[in-house]
Design a protein around this ligand. Structure first.
Ligand SMILES: NC(=O)c1ccc[n+]([C@@H]2O[C@H](COP(=O)([O-])OP(=O)(O)OC[C@H]3O[C@@H](n4cnc5c(N)ncnc54)[C@H](OP(=O)(O)O)[C@@H]3O)[C@@H](O)[C@H]2O)c1
Length: 295
């Protein structure tokens, strides 16, 4: 467990590259870095419809080393998100990181079992492999192992517009964390002055309560004033629905493997508070703040 505490000051003039910057977590990180006055560069796959003033976009794919070389030029720190299902293309990325030598903050998964030779499912395996790759390259990454993000609940919005039952594959209970807390924690680490730089053991960022999907949907219903329920679908039916929704086959199989094999986690930590100075927020709080996403 990390023995470091919240950085006592922040390095406001840092230049930070954010990958996955258009995603749920990345967007929150970019907002906060800007609020802190950092220079922010975003790696995104395509121009977003709403370019943000003051943010430098770099358009390209994470797996393209030439894009990364350009994106890393002049950056003090990088928030590395690796939303891919394969760590093999990361070797070239790691070589670019070694050459550019920024502070590296990697968002990983709380589902990693440090004792296991093989992880429960491909998504967790990729994060475990990425941690090893970054460490073995001598990059001394600060690893933030994140629990399931509350923002995944946005995936239920379309079904909620059609009715009161959310149907899908279930997954073991875990301490769902508000992505804004993970973003605050990431920014604290990215902007920490050098002498307050956190040391190595991974941070484990969880929310305050262990929740099932049914628990989350019940809390969402309470906030929306609706009696919502969750229907757990067998794998075959969940697979055909996800494929019909246009999700890539490999992702669908990875999600089904997570559903079948990921063990329940009861771990609730205070690492969000250690890094941000505030306790992690509840899922109900997240739901209150995101009612508009379910309109
Ligand atoms: N969600 C969770 O519960 C959870 C839990 C633990 C850890 N994490 C990790 O946290 C990170 C962020 O999660 P999230 O939920 O915010 O993800 P997200 O909303 O799906 O965002 C991921 C972003 O990465 C971009 N991206 C995907 N493949 C890319 C590629 N090859 N090159 C460049 N950009 C690429 C996507 O771009 P487009 O907009 O172009 O698709 C998207 O904007 C992920 O790495 C995930 O593994 C997530």
């Amino acid at each position: 467990m990390p023995d470091t505490h919240r950085p006592t000051g922040t390095h406001h003039h840092a230049s930070v590259l954010v990958t996955g910057a258009a995603g749920s977590l990345g967007r929150e990180v970019v907002d906060r870095l800007q609020e802190h006055g950092a220079r922010v560069r975003c790696l995104v796959r395509r121009h977003t419809t709403r370019p943000r003033p003051g943010v430098e976009p770099v358009i390209g794919d994470l797996t393209d080393p030439t894009v990364l070389r350009d994106a890393l030029r002049g950056m003090d720190a990088v928030l590395l998100l690796w939303p891919l299902l394969d760590s093999a293309p990361a070797h070239e990325l790691v070589a670019e990181l070694v050459a550019a030598a920024p502070r590296v903050v990697y968002v990983s998964s709380t589902a990693i079992d440090d004792e296991a030779a093989q992880q429960s499912d491909p998504i967790v395996q990729v994060h475990a492999d990425m941690e090893v790759l970054l460490r073995d390259a001598g990059l001394r990454p600060v690893v933030l192992r994140s629990d399931t993000l509350a923002s995944n609940a946005r995936g239920w919005a379309a079904q909620l517009r059609a009715g009161d039952v959310i149907a899908g594959s279930d997954i073991a209970r875990t301490a769902v964390v508000d992505e804004r807390d993970v973003a605050d924690a990431a920014v604290a680490v990215l902007l920490a002055p050098h002498d307050a730089r956190p040391t190595l053991p991974p941070y484990v960022l969880t929310g305050p309560e262990v929740l099932s999907r049914a628990d989350q949907i019940a809390r969402l219903g309470a906030v929306l004033g609706r009696r919502l329920s969750f229907q757990s679908l067998p794998a075959d039916l969940a697979r055909s629905r996800m494929l019909a929704d246009g999700r890539p086959e490999r992702l669908v199989e990875a999600l089904l493997a997570a559903s079948a094999n990921r063990p329940e986690s009861h771990r609730v930590t205070d690492h969000v508070e250690r890094l941000t100075g505030r306790p992690a927020g509840t899922f109900a709080r997240w739901a209150v703040d995101h009612v508009a996403d379910f309109g």
